[in-house]
Design a protein. Structure first.
Length: 278
């Protein structure tokens, strides 16, 4: 029976325990923060700088900052520099990509949460310790592109190598579609940042678009952590157990390329409003 597959699947148990513990801890922390949030009348400059046309919202951003404050304090005590945290984030993203390539999506999802959190902490540490520099900001921005690429390449390798080690060197239509989608997702990821950089080069700043990096990390990490359960559901309905992942990749691709186009339109609008004079 299909339920026997559920009971004998070790990957479910490996992801179940940390997931349950995390949910319980997060639920307690979230409840406490929600009950005390009304006392926090002043939003930090860091929070306000990240709130734009996003579906995460100021409440969740401040909750995550509050939740990671102890980790930020530890980095201060250990005299970690922002660049060291950025380097650690890149390294963990590389490891995350390797884990994705093996198909262990639940473990990769947890690693993605850790590397993404570190990426948010480096800038906060720089500002709070007065060590923010243009060099650090440039390094952080470039590292994000490498981190994104490591993860997406890892997922692409997973689809490419699914049948390879079994001696079948063919690729299914669904796997081919997934790889093509990942290529467009990588294009959109690079375009969002590139369009913003080119806008700033002509004196225009834009933050339009729904799909920023925190949203991408959140969507992919949540799905990855739940991957063992979602695969069982898909198998029980006689579906290819990668269909859910492929759908997520398509959704992310549409959203991120829409964000890049939205930024281009916003920059064009601002240029026209300024008379098109540099």
């Amino acid at each position: 029976m299909e339920n026997i597959y559920f009971m004998n699947n070790e990957s479910v148990y490996y992801s179940l325990l940390p997931l349950i513990v995390t949910i319980e801890c997060m639920a307690f922390a979230f409840t406490y923060f929600a009950l005390t949030w009304h006392k926090r009348t002043k939003h930090s400059e860091e929070t306000l700088s990240r709130v734009h046309k996003s579906f995460i919202g100021i409440f969740l951003i401040e909750f995550w900052y509050w939740l990671t404050n102890p980790l930020l304090y530890i980095f201060k005590v250990l005299h970690f520099t922002p660049n060291k945290i950025t380097t650690l984030s890149i390294f963990l993203s590389f490891i995350t990509g390797l884990i994705y390539a093996t198909g262990n999506f639940a473990f990769a999802g947890w690693m993605l949460v850790i590397s993404g959190t570190l990426d948010m902490l480096d800038g906060r540490l720089a500002r709070e310790t007065g060590t923010a520099t243009r060099e650090g900001a440039f390094f952080d921005s470039c590292s994000d592109r490498y981190s994104d690429s490591f993860v997406l390449i890892g997922i692409a390798v997973y689809f490419l190598s699914k049948n390879y080690f079994g001696g079948d060197f063919t690729i299914s239509l669904s796997d081919f579609i997934a790889i093509v989608v990942i290529l467009f997702l990588m294009l959109g990821t690079a375009s969002v940042s590139y369009v913003k950089a080119r806008g700033e080069a002509v004196g225009i700043t834009t933050k339009s678009g729904l799909m920023q990096r925190p949203e991408r990390i959140m969507m992919l990490s949540i799905y990855s952590i739940l991957d063992p359960f979602l695969r069982i559901i898909q198998k029980n309905y006689g579906m290819n157990d990668d269909y859910g992942l492929i759908f997520l990749l398509i959704l992310m691709t549409v959203l991120i390329n829409s964000s890049a186009i939205s930024r281009m339109r916003d920059i064009f609008r601002q240029i026209r409003e300024s008379g098109g004079v540099s």
